[in-house]
Write a protein of this length. Sequence first.
Length: 81
Amino acid sequence: MRYARTMKTFNIEVLRIKAMSNSHGLVRARVDASVQATPERDEGGGPSSTLSLTVENARVLLLLLKAQLAEIDGRKARSQR
């Protein structure tokens, strides 16, 4: 007998982005965040978690992601670009 695996949903509020790094194909972010479980709602797309952040934190995240991706692209061999 197979049991359906239920996915937990969360409300995640990013309070502060502390650092970002990448290694082995993963970009990791250290953040201060408030995480609260939310009741599962059927909104047509299945269960999903919500990430909320201020415009300031969104801009910081975008800049850090751009820097991390540029670093990754800089390490690729010329034939892979």
